[in-house]
Design a binder for this molecule. Structure first.
Ligand SMILES: Nc1nc2c(ncn2[C@@H]2O[C@H](COP(=O)(O)OP(=O)(O)OP(=O)(O)O)[C@@H](O)[C@H]2O)c(=O)[nH]1
Ligand SMILES: [Mg+2]
Length: 327
């Protein structure tokens, strides 16, 4: 008698975009789903400025997650670019995850954000995040009802991207929705962003963590130099701000704040890149960079690929760069 043949499950693969209003926890979830620090996180809105891919590999499946900037009203050239990248992340996806900060009441802006999901026409889950911080769980039910009225989401998941609560259930549900298909990326491909972009982001994350008000939106970090010398990587970067007052804030008394930023960034980069890092930071006032086409081009890592380190040609600069602060 012949043995009954067991059929190997078909390989599944797909693209899943993470969308939602600023600060809802999209990047935290990307990192949780992939188990890696791929996107920076801050308690400020509009932290993520470009789409960032993170690939999750299992023996039988490959899911490419795409983190996006928070859906917001664009008021500068830079913000319009961010909204364009969200538009791209809505196209041809197998699944959309719409993240909601459950600790905040729903507003008209949230309804407008949901409208983007409706227009995309792809299957979508509503992911109610930050349930660890909910004072009253029954408030969540009312919030879920509200979102259900706005859009017939395919599935609803309450989670905490921070503590991991509900993330495994979400992951299993995502997998069920992935179509049969080949692995689109080699198994060691974890992200599309180059190391030098990640480095500039880690530096920006440390600045966001220590500055308030208008500074986070005004900060851009460009890598000027990246030299690998055996086990040592020399990185030099310029932190661009829009005004002299912001430069003073970033520098701190006798450069102490900048030094702290550099130390924290270096320690994290050494652990991510697995090399010793020699980091040099400069601060420069670059008025109006958010409206400067050329500057935004340099900021876009997709334009950096294959490019040799370039000295940032900042727009009419207010003054000379400060530094270097060597760490
Ligand atoms: N309590 C709690 N905080 C969370 C959770 N997920 C994210 N946060 C916090 O919420 C803040 C925003 O998180 P991000 O992951 O940067 O949010 P985002 O949606 O990517 O934000 P943008 O990139 O600005 O659109 C950070 O302070 C996170 O630590 C969660 O599940 N619980
Ligand atoms: Mg983000």
């Amino acid at each position: 008698m012949s043995k009954p043949r067991t059929r190997k499950p078909a390989f599944q693969s797909g693209f899943v975009s993470l969308l939602g209003r600023p600060n809802s926890g999209k990047s935290t979830l990307l990192n949780a789903l992939t188990g890696m620090k791929l996107a920076i996180v801050a308690d400020k809105p509009q932290t993520t400025r470009t789409t960032i891919q993170g690939v999750w590999n299992t023996p039988n499946a490959q899911v490419a997650f795409v983190d996006t900037p928070g859906i917001h009203q664009a008021d500068s050239l830079f913000n319009r670019r961010m909204m364009q990248s969200i538009g791209e992340a809505l196209q041809e996806r197998d699944l959309l995850l719409f993240l909601i900060d459950s600790t905040r009441p729903a507003s008209a802006l949230d309804e407008q954000a949901v409208a983007l999901i409706r227009e995309a026409g792809a299957p979508a889950f509503a992911v109610f995040n930050k349930i660890d911080a909910l004072a009253r769980k029954d408030a969540l039910l009312a919030l879920i009802d509200q979102y259900r009225q706005w859009h017939p989401f395919d599935e609803i998941y309450p989670i905490s991207a921070l503590t991991g609560e509900g993330v495994e259930e979400l992951r299993a549900a995502i997998l069920k929705r992935m179509p049969a298909g080949p692995a689109w990326f080699p198994p060691d491909h974890v992200t599309d962003q180059p190391e030098r972009f990640l480095a500039s982001e880690i530096i920006r994350e440390k600045i966001l963590a220590i500055t308030r008000q208008e500074v986070p939106h005004s900060v851009a970090v460009l890598i000027d130099e990246w030299k690998e010398e055996g086990k040592l990587t020399r990185i030099s970067a310029t932190i661009h701000v829009e005004r002299t007052g912001q430069k003073i804030i970033v520098l701190g008394a006798r450069g102490a704040r900048l030094k702290e930023v550099g130390t924290q960034a270096r320690v994290e980069l050494e652990s991510i890149l697995g090399t010793r890092i020699f980091l040099t930071l400069f601060v420069k006032v670059s008025p109006n960079w958010r409206e400067n086409e050329q500057f935004l081009k340099e900021l876009d890592w997709r334009a950096m690929i294959g490019a040799e380190p370039v000295a940032p040609t900042a727009p009419e600069t207010g003054d000379e760069p400060d530094g270097p602060v060597i760490l």
